[in-house]
Design a protein around this ligand. Structure first.
Ligand SMILES: C=C(OP(=O)(O)O)C(=O)O
Ligand SMILES: [Mg+2]
Length: 562
């Protein structure tokens, strides 16, 4: 039995056969000409046939898909027959003697650029053209199409990493687990896998070499993949399915065994997520990532457009708390109307609240939109700014909220300086929410997207836990005791959630899929036991020990496969 070890990012135990994600299609060399044995006529016919078969394949998949995936596939299928694309490629073959591959590559680039420049809906199609040209080149070369392999039968997907666009067509009924050789635990792939409830392991070196069709056992909590599953592993996979019912529904009551209340909230990116989170029992929203409503936009949305988007989330939680985060543009979430794509070091650049320094006015207008939406809804709306570093910034943000008529301003604590000075930061605002994804990245100086740094980049690092403890202590200083929640991915790890409660965190916000698991485990410990586990984790010499020591004291995790 051969084992591959990575970092577990979403629990679940499954057995299945693997399919490797095809490598991205490489660019045909610039100036590549038709082969001597091929006429331009033949090349054009070959190109048309390849485009037709790409269209037919995508159309067949669209017919079977539903929801967002169906729409993406239908739009891409249509693009494969786009006359402008094929005409300009034909011209390059006939006039320049370009190879069919090179011709479609160049034609795709210019059509994509033209669509991009048109803006709005057309600009959204620009990436579809690039996807289609890569598929046509793959078809011409006779190699597998890029993207998630099409299949009618379930499989375990192995990839170097997933691009955000791949995840739109990820069907959890077909892909039963996800294992990547790259990607960090706070990467986009990891966050998506958790939100789909898909068992997932990242940064598992060597898995790219496993042949398609090999039967494997994946343990998403342990972060492992094993070839030739044992009888014990088969039994564990069956037990996971049986436990799934317990872990599917949260009873809407976050509490420790002795009745210490810890509201369990959801992280959402828009109205659809919010409705799903409400259905899964979320007690409110602890992080509404507003930039997710506008990731495709080149231009700033109007105040009314914004108000409508925010209203969609507020309306899913009447009478409940919704913590909205103002635009966190930059680094892993670029917004062309706010961020400078040429920054040499975007994670340390003008991102989050800092965009107000360089593009003043956008934040004021966002606050105006939030106030309109909050006025019209029954949700209890709290508003926080991302990437606050100093007490002066907190004070400035609070004054902006006040001017907009927003009553509960807060800050995200995700920069170590804010954690270390939380007493003075919190003096100006009503609450703080710890963003452990960025707090870890900045405390450990480790890019959250990078697979090779996965061991550094975990919120189990005692240094990160100490920053959490200091943030809570700062709030208790001077007796103001303002609430400090956690909305980073750390809150979705049931063992770490217990530690966070022990450190004095008052709410936990996570992908809605994790609510039931976190709620179930939290109910098995008293507040005093959680505090004891927090002390244990803080005393560990490193992240691996902190995690192992705490997990050893929570046998329910192993029982449920978490
Ligand atoms: C919740 C966080 O924000 P994001 O992941 O959107 O940066 C965080 O940094 O922990
Ligand atoms: Mg963050």
């Amino acid at each position: 039995m051969q084992n591959f070890q990575g970092v577990g990012v979403s629990p679940g135990r499954v057995i299945g056969t693997i399919r490797q994600m095809p490598k991205p299609v490489s660019e045909p060399p610039s100036g590549e000409q038709l082969a001597a044995s091929t006429t331009a006529e033949d090349a054009v016919a070959g190109l048309k046939a390849a485009a037709q078969s790409v269209h037919d394949e995508l159309k067949a998949r669209a017919d079977k898909a539903s929801g967002d995936g169906k729409a993406v596939l239908e739009a891409t299928a249509l693009m494969a027959k786009d006359t402008m694309l094929l005409k300009s490629a034909t011209k390059l073959i006939n006039n320049n003697g370009s190879s069919a591959e090179r011709a479609i590559w160049e034609a795709g680039a210019s059509v994509s650029e033209m669509l991009h420049n048109l803006g709005g809906y057309m600009a959204e199609r620009a990436t579809d053209v690039l996807d289609v040209r890569a598929r046509i080149v793959a078809e011409l070369r006779g190699v597998p199409a890029p993207g998630i392999p099409a299949s009618d039968t379930p499989f375990i997907l192995v990839a170097e990493d997933l691009a955000p666009a791949d995840t739109a067509t990820l069907d959890p009924a077909i892909v039963t687990a996800l294992v990547t050789s790259g990607g960090g635990p706070q990467s986009h792939t990891a966050i998506i896998a958790r939100s789909l409830g898909l068992p997932a392991v990242v940064a598992a070196r060597g898995v790219d070499e496993i042949p398609d069709g090999a039967e494997v056992f994946v343990d998403g909590a342990a972060g492992s993949l094993s070839l030739e599953p044992t009888e014990e592993q088969r039994a564990a996979a069956i037990a996971w399915v049986e436990n799934a019912a317990t872990l599917a529904v949260f009873d809407g009551n976050g509490t420790t065994a002795d009745g210490h209340l810890v509201p369990l909230l959801a992280n959402v990116g828009g109205a659809k997520d919010a409705a799903a989170a409400a259905a899964l029992g979320a007690q409110g929203v602890g992080l509404f990532r507003t930039e997710f409503c506008f990731l495709e936009r080149d231009t700033e949305p109007t105040v009314l457009e914004q108000a409508a988007a925010y209203r969609g989330v507020f309306d899913a939680f009447p009478g409940k708390k919704v913590v909205l985060r103002t635009l966190d543009a930059g680094a892993d979430k670029p917004l062309p109307f706010l961020t400078d794509a040429t920054e040499p070091n975007p994670a340390l650049g003008v991102r989050g609240y800092r965009t107000d320094f360089t593009t003043p006015g956008v934040l004021d207008r966002q606050l105006e939109a939030i106030a309109i939406a909050a006025d019209e809804s029954e949700a209890e709306v709290w508003v926080m700014a991302p990437m606050i570093s100093t007490a002066a910034e907190a004070a400035h943000f609070a004054s902006m909220c006040d001017a907009a008529g927003i009553k509960t301003p807060g800050v995200m604590v995700e920069v170590p300086s804010a954690a270390l000075t939380s007493a003075s930061v919190l003096r100006h605002v009503g609450f703080a929410s710890l963003g452990t994804n960025d707090l870890t990245q900045y405390a450990m100086a480790a890019d959250r997207q990078l697979g090779p740094l996965a061991e550094l980049n975990t919120p189990w690092q005692p240094a990160v836990l100490r920053l959490v403890q200091l943030t809570v202590a700062g709030s208790a200083e001077e007796g103001h005791g303002k609430p400090v929640g956690v909305c980073g991915e750390a809150a979705a790890d049931p063992a770490l959630a217990v530690v966070l409660v022990g450190l004095g965190v008052s709410t936990l916000s996570m992908t809605a899929r994790s609510l039931a698991a976190v709620g179930t485990v939290l109910k098995t410990v008293t507040l005093e036991q959680a505090q004891e586990l927090a002390r244990l984790a803080l005393s560990a010499p490193d992240a691996l020990d902190a995690k192992a020591w705490v997990r050893a004291k929570l046998p329910i995790l192993e029982e449920l496969g978490l």
